[in-house]
Design a protein around this ligand. Structure first.
Ligand code: AMP
Ligand code: MG
Length: 324
């Protein structure tokens, strides 16, 4: 079983950094979700990440850096949009896809000539990245396709037998993955909505294109239609659709944005936020799906959330989770 170490302890950071330098795989907290990290320049270490997650090799990894000053070592082209976005949102939940330099292994980028880079806004992640002194490739620390982990115990439950070390940094504040924004063409493209909103990005660089969520985008091989899925079937209601009554004898769950009254027949009703706040809802999303998944329900009916701000990322995850 993996050792769970307190991420605020400098000795734990040193142990994790040493493991990463030695080519091992380590789980660590970020502000979005927990990551499964490996030295991005060590192909064998990166191969272990794919193996542990059972992640298909066509799905490229995000490379994490301790500061934007390191970007020129790995990205070949850094235009003024990239500079402005890094300045405004790093450290933070925004991943930039840029032309890569050759030293980034093909395995990390799934053979693309671009690399996804991010500086995370979590003290434990930053301390670890500084201590290692190398770029760290890190997808979410969960088996491929399942709900991402937002606490260290989530990682332990799923991957505790496959790795040796988990740094604990408490629950993730943002709770959904980073926004992935490609700057390799004339138009900036949001390939995946996430912790930085489209509105916030557009305020800095002007209008962006948003990639379709309904199909796999060749520019972002990892955006699969079905992902982030609990085992229990999810039924995502349409906006304005009234909440159905469960079938007689059915053990069903209901997931809403804010607490609601007057619904009957559900075995369990969970709200993502006390007052319909999308930031709070995003932070609670994955842990709530996981809890609902553990109850042996026959289905979970999910109310949609408004599709602006963080609601876009929440709806993206819910759609993929519901596609059974
Ligand atoms: P995650 O699943 O959080 O590890 O995020 C990785 C996702 O970022 C992948 O599934 C891709 O959708 C996207 N991504 C990573 N690298 C690239 C890249 N070079 N080009 C386009 N998208 C990328
Ligand atoms: Mg993931």
């Amino acid at each position: 079983m993996a050792r769970l170490l307190d991420g605020s302890d400098p000795q734990a950071i040193e142990a994790a950094a040493a493991a990463l330098r030695a080519g091992e795989v380590v789980a660590f907290p970020t502000e979005t979700v927990y990551g499964l990290g490996a030295d991005a320049l060590n192909e064998q270490a990166v191969a272990q990440v794919f193996a542990i997650k059972n992640r298909p090799r066509f799905d490229p990894l995000i490379v994490h850096l301790p500061s934007k000053e390191m970007v020129p070592q790995y990205a070949a082209v850094i235009d003024e949009r990239a500079v402005a976005l890094m300045e405004r949102f790093w450290p933070g939940p925004l991943t930039l896809v840029l032309r890569k330099r050759p030293l980034i292994p093909d395995l990390v980028t799934a053979g693309l000539d671009t690399v996804a880079l991010r500086v995370p806004a979590h003290p434990v992640a930053l301390a670890l990245l500084r201590a290692v002194g190398r770029p760290i490739a890190a997808p979410s620390a969960n088996p491929f396709g399942y709900v991402s982990p937002t606490t260290a115990p989530h990682v332990q439950e799923m991957l505790g037998d496959a790795i040796t070390l988990v740094l604990d940094g408490g629950p993730c504040a943002v709770g959904v993955e980073s926004t992935v924004c490609a700057l390799t063409e004339k138009d900036a493209i949001v390939l995946r909505p996430g912790g930085v909103t489209v509105e916030e990005i557009e305020a800095v660089i002007g209008p962006v294109t948003i990639a379709s969520a309904s199909q796999s985008d060749p520019r972002s091989p990892g955006t699969l239609p079905r992902h982030y899925s609990p085992h229990v079937p999810l039924t995502l209601l349409a906006p304005g659709e009234s909440i159905p009554h469960p079938r007689k004898g059915e053990r069903a769950g209901l997931l809403t944005l804010a607490p609601c009254s007057g619904v009957e027949g559900y075995s369990v009703v969970e709200a993502l936020s006390k007052d319909g706040n999308l930031v709070e809802a995003a932070a609670n999303l994955f842990a709530t799906l996981r809890r609902l998944d553990s109850l042996g329900l026959e289905q979970v009916v999910v109310e949609p959330v408004p599709e602006h701000g963080l609601g876009r990322a929440i709806m993206d995850r819910l759609r993929r989770a519901a596609r059974g």
